[in-house]
Write a protein that binds this ligand. Structure first.
Ligand code: NAD
Length: 255
């Protein structure tokens, strides 16, 4: 990956696993200082070790993105440690319970998925953008939506609604802050080989068997392929891109 992020400070949520981990490590390789958060302290510390080994300056902090006070504190900690915030990769998310159609789905699952995937992204944007506005020199926010934010998957209405909502938040933020040079974009991955996808395949095994075939390219994506898109959107190379919902999905949503 040739993206350059030298001198930039990037915040990554959901950094303990999957695409958040890959993004943290790739950001360090690209020259950024990396602030990593997650609810999973053990995985977060492991990612921190890998990120430092990649040559970056980084720290990890435990933070639940659905709790406003924790998000505010993490943004403040990032600024205290690195002096500023240039880019944010809002990657933390949960799959919730898959397999129930709406009439059978528990309300508690809807509430939790929306709290983490949708409100969590809103809270992150709120505190990240406030800091970028204070600095006055722009910034780049990248939200992890999903192909499930562009098309529907039966049996996962809460997840799909949360990801459609993330695209709405992204477009709104892009328009609200375009003149302040704060860009806001979403990445919409297809099926990516991460612990989350393995958990979904356990519950809905027929998806697992068919997923690589359903992907037009005939294989699952890798976390590094998503990290590359996230960091391109963070970088100045994408300076005219804002409000985009970029499908990185092996052609899945082209069907
Ligand atoms: N894997 C896929 O196929 C796929 C496809 C499209 C979109 N996505 C999205 O990409 C993002 C990353 O997913 P992944 O596949 O790497 O999953 P993952 O489960 O491997 O990693 C997600 C991370 O988010 C953390 N997290 C969960 N709730 C949190 C909270 N409240 N606060 C802070 N951190 C929290 C988890 O602890 C975990 O480390 C998610 O938003 C997911 O919805 C995944």
């Amino acid at each position: 990956m040739n993206v350059k992020l030298e001198g930039k400070v990037i915040l990554v949520t959901g950094g303990a696993s999957g695409m958040g981990r890959a993004t943290s490590i790739a950001a360090a390789r690209a020259g950024a200082k990396v602030a990593i958060c997650d609810v999973d302290g053990k995985g977060g510390e492991e990612t921190l070790g890998m990120t430092l080994a990649a040559g970056g300056d980084a720290f990890f902090s435990a933070c639940d993105v659905s709790a406003a006070a924790q998000v505010e504190a993490f943004v403040n900690q990032t600024v205290k440690k690195f002096g500023r915030l240039d880019c944010a990769a809002n990657i933390a998310g949960i799959e919730g319970k898959w397999g129930d159609n709406i009439a059978d789905a528990p309300e508690s699952n809807f509430d939790r998925v929306i709290a983490v995937n949708l409100k969590g992204v809103w809270l992150c944007m709120k505190y990240e953008i406030a800091q970028m506005l204070k600095q006055g020199s722009g910034g780049s926010v990248v939200n992890l939506a999903s192909a499930a934010g562009l098309v529907a998957n039966p049996g996962s209405a809460a997840y799909g609604a949360s990801k459609h909502g993330v695209i709405g938040l992204t477009r709104t933020g892009a328009l609200e802050y375009a003149r302040q040079k704060i860009r806001v974009n979403a990445v919409c991955p297809g099926a990516i080989e991460t612990p989350m996808l393995s958990r979904i395949f356990e519950v809905v095994p027929q998806r697992g068997a068919r997923m690589a075939e359903i992907e037009p390219v005939g294989r699952l994506g890798t976390p590094d392929e998503i990290a590359a898109a996230v960091l391109w959107l963070c970088s100045d190379d994408s300076s005219f891109v804002t409000g985009a919902a970029l499908a990185v999905d092996g052609g899945l949503t082209a069907m």
